[in-house]
Design a protein around this ligand. Structure first.
Ligand code: FBP
Length: 262
């Protein structure tokens, strides 16, 4: 872990990372209700909102679309990723190098580690190389820390999420992106397990504005540093009102109720 408060992907110690790697991870099905968002430029437009500190994308999207947004959006290069067509034990292909991401203008890199998978050892060794290259390029490292695999029946139980945040600290991440463990106390423990490293919550499937903002309020109250979110933002036809509200909850410490009232 290195101090990253001066990084462009951090605003007042917090982050809101807009993730849009779903076309790879889940397939086009995630865009069925919002076909206009199949155009990556539409989601880059959303990432120009002041609340968003970085946009996480795969290599092809970065190559094709980031050059038009580099003045307005910070790039988080998601280095590995696997399609939903892969039916094996959780694993993730390394799709680009940190060197190439830096060449494309990345402000940070992201990497998934499936702790507990039968492929954990290889994934952690790949993370080692990515983390050390990121240090050479002064790029913060965000770990999608997602314990899962045949030995893990419940990937959001409190002890699993605390292990996820601790694993990210131990392996040298600067931010751990973890799933919501279901309660404020469980999130607070996951944050404690991460020491001084930042912890952000992973968004999950789309819910109502109020439900989502209330969960965000809870995780911020638990000491987390923000969000890495995809579907809950860009699956809305107009994500701006939700991003306005998230800005208040994440950076200004407002409640979900207050943020929605304004
Ligand atoms: P969401 O907010 O839509 O859940 O996106 C966050 C994210 O980590 C994406 O980067 C990724 O594509 C997706 O979730 C993977 O989620 P899962 O592996 O749980 O299906």
């Amino acid at each position: 872990m290195i101090p990253i408060d001066d990084s462009p992907i951090v605003r007042d110690g917090k982050s809101l990372i807009l993730a849009m790697d779903h076309g790879l991870e889940h397939g086009p099905v995630d865009f069925e209700d919002v076909p206009g968002k199949l155009d990556p430029a539409a989601v880059f437009e959303t990432a120009t909102h002041d609340a968003v500190t970085a946009m996480a994308v795969q290599k092809g999207i970065a190559e094709g679309y980031y050059p038009s947004y580099e003045d307005d959006v910070n790039l988080l290069a998601k280095i590995n990723g696997t399609s939903n067509l892969w039916m094996g034990e959780p694993d993730s292909a390394v799709n680009w190098s940190v060197e190439y991401a830096a060449e494309l203008g990345a402000d940070a890199v992201g990497f998934t580690v499936y702790g507990g998978s039968n492929h954990e050892i290889e994934m952690v060794e790949e993370f080692r190389d990515v983390q050390e290259s990121a240090r050479d390029h002064d790029l913060p490292v965000v770990m999608w820390s997602y314990p899962r695999g045949q030995g893990l029946k419940n990937d959001t139980k409190p002890s699993t999420i605390s292990y996820a945040s601790r694993l990210a600290l131990e392996l040298g991440a600067d931010i751990a992106k973890v799933k919501y463990p279901g309660s404020r106390d469980a999130m607070a423990h996951a944050v404690d397990c991460a020491g001084d490293m930042k912890v952000v919550m992973s968004g999950g499937s789309k819910t109502s504005d109020y439900e989502f903002l209330s969960t965000v309020e809870t995780v911020m109250d638990a000491g987390a540093n923000g969000l890495a979110v995809g579907r809950n933002v860009w699956q809305r036809e107009d994500p701006t009102p939700l991003l306005d509200a998230l800005e208040k909850v994440i950076y200004e410490g407002e409640t979900a109720d207050a943020a929605l009232e304004e």
